[in-house]
Design a protein around this ligand. Sequence first.
Ligand SMILES: CC(C)(COP(=O)(O)OP(=O)(O)OC[C@H]1O[C@@H](n2cnc3c(N)ncnc32)[C@H](O)[C@@H]1OP(=O)(O)O)[C@@H](O)C(=O)NCCC(=O)NCCS
Length: 180
Amino acid sequence: MLIRDAKLSDAAGIARVNVDTWYSTYEGILPEQQLALVTAPDRLRYAREVISAPNKGMVVAETENGKLVGFAAFGPERVGNLPYKGELYVIYVLKPFQRKGIGSKLMAAVRNRLHEAGINTLMVWTLHDNPYQRFYQSLGGAIVYTRTLEIEGFKTLERAYGWWDTLKMFGEEQYRNQML
Ligand SMILES: CC(C)(COP(=O)(O)OP(=O)(O)OC[C@H]1O[C@@H](n2cnc3c(N)ncnc32)[C@H](O)[C@@H]1OP(=O)(O)O)[C@@H](O)C(=O)NCCC(=O)NCCS
């Protein structure tokens, strides 16, 4: 599995991973109309915007056959007045590839990219009902905020996980192994 920076030509593959994983994660949890708010054209635009932005980034996980199976997007914290400087905007790994360590490798790459930019604090917003929060907890993230968002008539409760020192996200030995 190769973890690398995303290129503009990856945007369509990233959008596919995003939409597939959104449905496999939230089908049966969110109402149908809310699920349908995430679409391939919208995610394609989003991927292109983040990849092109000078202060944001995306990393992808690619199989030996060149198939994109996961990605993570990151950049400056977006609320603006919180003490965390970096934000993980989104991380998705296709369901058949989950629990193989790919998400952790993407997180290590995000942490390393931000570290190179002088940023060692990180947070991520996740839906309150997200069934994968153990992932953030396993990396030492703690719940630091909650908020309610209203998007197109749907009230959504969100939680933020935070890392005050991302260099402690993995044990030292793991950190050395994951300098990607
Ligand atoms: C969350 C996600 C990115 C994790 O990626 P992954 O490749 O499956 O994660 P890893 O294999 O690196 O898991 C690392 C550790 O996190 C924990 N973990 C991950 N998924 C878990 C789950 N479903 N249940 C419990 N613990 C979990 C485990 O401790 C795991 O270590 P282990 O497998 O040795 O027990 C991936 O499952 C995903 O895309 N989920 C759906 C989308 C999503 O919820 N994204 C995050 C919100 S924006």
